[in-house]
Structure formats: structure tokens, C-alpha cells
Design a protein around this ligand. Structure first.
Ligand code: HEC
Length: 145
């Protein structure tokens, strides 16, 4: 009797672990489906964008200055991508992102919180329609005080 119970517990553990692993793999795959030759230009830019957005979220929460931005994210418009995305959609979203980050860096300190959150919403909108993998990380960049 006891053995049977232990066996059933063991089985459900195996099933749970298995489905967990499948979900992880899906989330990872979602942004880099066709990438046999290493990281795309867009991936490298995205990683910098994500780091800067996290630094700025922290700075705004702590009432500090924004992290320095060199203007280089304009390059995302022409960066080589690994994902196939409809060109007009990508260009439209990317231009919204670029104009919002420029506004953030020109803004008065009291307007930065709202503009930062607008910026993160452009990440969410584009990723909602392209690759959802980074959304969990992106959601944490929204600042609420
Ligand atoms: C215009 C659409 C668009 C916007 C806006 C956008 N992304 Fe991306 N992101 C992509 C695409 C497409 C990829 C996949 C890269 C590729 O195709 O090579 C990607 C990849 C990523 C990755 C994975 C990079 C890697 O390691 O391979 C992260 C993390 C990421 N984005 C975070 C962000 C964050 C944070 C923002 C906002 C600050 C943002 N993205 C805004 C389209 C977008």
C-alpha cells in the first residue's frame, strides 16, 4: 500500500518537472528561432536597451540621475535581425521607441517617471507581437512609486 503511494507521488513529480522544463525551453526559444550563426545585431542592441532600462528604473525609484545614453539605439532601425517580422510593423514600433527614449533624455526630472513607463510600454507592445520571451523581465522595468 505505502509503496503504491510513494510510486504515485514519484510519478507526479516526474510529470511536473517535465512540463516545467518544456515551458522554460519555449520561453527561451521565442526570441531567437533562426539563429544558427550567433547573435544578431538586433539582439546585441536589445541587450543594451534592456540593461539601460533596468538601470533607469532603479535610478528613478531611488531619485537619482538617469544612466548615460549615447544615442546608439537609432541603429535598431537597420540592424540585421534573426526574426522575420513584418517590416512596416517593426519600423513603426522602433520609431516610437526611439522618439520616446529621446524625449526621456530631454525631459525635466519630474516628467521622467511617466516617460520611462511609456518607453517600457513600447517594449511590451513590440514584444507582445514578436517574441514574448523577455516580457517577464520587461514587466519588472515598470516603475510605480
Ligand atoms: C520594434 C520592436 C521591438 C522593441 C520596441 C523592443 N524589442 Fe526587444 N526584441 C525585438 C526583436 C525582434 C528581438 C529578437 C532579436 C532578433 O530578431 O534578432 C528582440 C530581442 C530582445 C531581447 C533578447 C536579446 C537576446 O539576448 O537575444 C531582449 C532582452 C529584449 N528584446 C528586450 C527589450 C527591451 C527591454 C525593450 C525596451 C527597452 C525592447 N526589447 C524593445 C523587438 C523589439
Amino acid at each position: 500500500m505505502q509503496r503504491k503511494v510513494i510510486f504515485i507521488l514519484f510519478l507526479s513529480l516526474v510529470v511536473a518537472l517535465h512540463s516545467c522544463k518544456q515551458e522554460d525551453q519555449k520561453a527561451e526559444q521565442e526570441c531567437a528561432p533562426l539563429n544558427p550563426n550567433g547573435d544578431s545585431e538586433l539582439s546585441l542592441i536589445m541587450r543594451k536597451m534592456a540593461t539601460l532600462a533596468e538601470e533607469n528604473a532603479r535610478a528613478i525609484r531611488e531619485g537619482k540621475e538617469l544612466a548615460p545614453y549615447d544615442g546608439s539605439f537609432d541603429k535598431m532601425l537597420n540592424a540585421e535581425r534573426s526574426m522575420h517580422i513584418e517590416e512596416d510593423f517593426f519600423q513603426g514600433m522602433a520609431k516610437t521607441y526611439i522618439s520616446t527614449i529621446n524625449k526621456l533624455y530631454e525631459a525635466k526630472p519630474e516628467d521622467r517617471l511617466a516617460l520611462h513607463n511609456n518607453l517600457i510600454q513600447t517594449c511590451q507592445s513590440c514584444h507582445g507581437e514578436t517574441c514574448r520571451g523577455p516580457l517577464k523581465r520587461i514587466d519588472k522595468m515598470i516603475v510605480t512609486l
